[in-house]
Design a protein around this ligand. Structure first.
Ligand code: PHE
Ligand code: NA
Length: 453
């Protein structure tokens, strides 16, 4: 603890936190999730989740890391003996996520390359599932696909290379380059998308509220799920990152900045993606509804189609778009791997180099599974499970332990208020102690019930 690494600057910490938050979830997940769950009306549950759960939890995790100065297991242990397992549970979720998150970044890299010359041909969907991913029926896992393997190797070399260099020289420097670059490049993409024919129709479709959906429990589940995943909370990440803060740090302000930056990016991505979808709908004479998608299909089948139809500079647009996905993804992957690297390092008292080699190496090895024929089936299942159960459950348990078992909320608030400009009032306690656990509890029950149906 005495030699605990530290961020060099406040901006460095904020950029790293934003780098973790802004990821694939913002670009390829949010736009489709919002559209499916009420469009403009989705913003109500989304904002509710952000303000009553997302930002309060972000402040909580920043405070825990800052106060106890450890990765998640050690911090929870210092808060309450017997709570260490919660940290390990969160690390395990992070570990699982990292194994498939890396693969998606690898695809993004490969697709950046395919953009030059549009190597996916006239029918990008067939190219994706057939030639590139070699998707076969579930259960029929085959040999490693070379086209996926090599970019994956590159992703791990970059990520582990940065982590070997440590917090200040590695993570901080990388984020100081990646995040400003990402913002500038992504702006270019959005402006280009919005100036295409039909873009306005797409954006209108995105914001058109379907108020009938607002009382649907599924919409609320989607809003909370998006906020948790998007802000990287309940994954031990923000605790780890804030444990590297200097003693004098404005925690609350940093949390607001990171939270709003992430949501702004998400909104921007929604506008850009739907602008591009509006263009495609017009080109193909289809209603927007039929071209909307999210996740793998959006990024690797629909976007290539959009790129195919662009009137000019299509290769450049493709390269930029996939570069944005890659940068956003890498800065998140770095944070995910760092959480278990830090945890392993502290628990087993090994050097950073060893922890990176063992933790990162293991994750890299497992990730190769998804680079096999049929790996996509596998990835989808794991992703759905993690999102439906792992995250909300970890968040719920975290709140119950901190607020109800360790009864630390007031102490933590005092700690944050002692060093921050914004003074946390009782709203913070009310959100964390009552509102969020009740909503998360209902969500958990609903998830189990729909899965049992
Ligand atoms: N927040 C990241 C995103 O939006 C994903 C992520 C999840 C990062 C969990 C770290 C941990 O894509
Ligand atoms: Na995010």
């Amino acid at each position: 603890m005495e030699n605990r690494p530290q961020w060099g600057t406040r901006a460095g910490f904020i950029l790293a936190a934003v780098g973790s938050a802004v990821g694939l979830g913002n670009i390829w997940r949010f736009p489709g999730v919002a559209y499916e769950n009420g469009g403009g009306a989705f913003f109500l549950p989304y904002l509710f989740a952000l303000l009553t759960a997302g930002i309060p939890l972000l402040i909580l995790e920043f405070t825990i890391g800052h106060k106890y100065r450890g990765s998640a297991p050690l911090s929870f242990f210092r808060m309450k003996k017997g709570a260490e397992w919660l940290g390990w549970w969160q690390l395990a979720i992070s570990f699982i996520i990292s194994t498939y998150y890396a693969v998606i970044i690898a695809w993004a890299m490969a697709y950046g390359y395919f953009s030059i010359g549009k190597q996916w041909g006239e029918d990008p969907l067939t190219f994706l599932v057939g030639d590139y991913l070699k998707v076969v029926d579930a259960g029929q896992v085959g040999s490693v696909v070379p086209g996926v393997f090599f970019p994956l190797l590159l992703v791990w070399i970059i990520t582990l290379g940065i982590l070997f260099k440590g917090v200040k020289k590695g993570i901080e420097v990388a984020n100081k380059i990646f995040i400003p670059a990402l913002v500038v490049l992504f702006m270019i993409i959005v402006v280009r998308a919005l100036t295409l024919d039909g873009a306005i129709d797409g954006v209108n479709a995105f914001f058109k509220p379907d108020w009938g959906q607002i009382m649907n429990g599924k919409v609320w589940v989607a809003a909370y799920g998006q906020i948790f995943f998007s802000l990287s909370i309940a994954f031990a990440i923000m605790i780890t990152y804030s444990s590297y803060l200097p003693k004098k740090s404005d925690i609350t302000n940093n949390a607001f900045i990171a939270g709003f930056a992430n949501s702004s990016f998400e909104l921007l991505a929604g506008i850009g993606v739907f602008g591009a979808l509006g263009f495609m709908a017009m080109q193909q004479g289809l209603p927007i509804d039929e071209v909307v998608s999210k996740g793998v299909i959006l990024a690797f089948a629909v976007f290539p189609q959009i790129i195919n139809e662009l009137p000019a500079f299509s290769a450049a647009f493709g390269v930029l778009f996939f570069l944005c996905l890659t940068l956003a993804g890498l800065s998140s992957l770095i944070s995910i791997v760092e959480t278990y690297v830090a945890g392993v390092q502290e628990k087993f008292k090994v050097s950073r180099t060893k922890a990176v080699a063992i933790g990162g190496g293991l994750s890299a090895l497992i990730s190769v599974l998804y680079a096999t024929q049929g790996g996509l089936n596998f990835l989808d299942t794991v992703d759905a499970f993690i999102n439906n159960y792992g995250v909300a459950f970890a968040g719920l348990i975290e709140i119950i332990i901190v607020a109800w078992i360790a009864k630390e909320l007031t102490n933590l608030r005092d700690h944050a208020n002692g060093i921050s400009d914004i003074v946390l009032g009782s709203w913070w306690i009310i959100c964390l102690k009552y509102i969020t656990p009740v909503v998360l509890g209902i969500m958990m029950v609903m998830n189990v019930m729909t899965d049992l149906e």
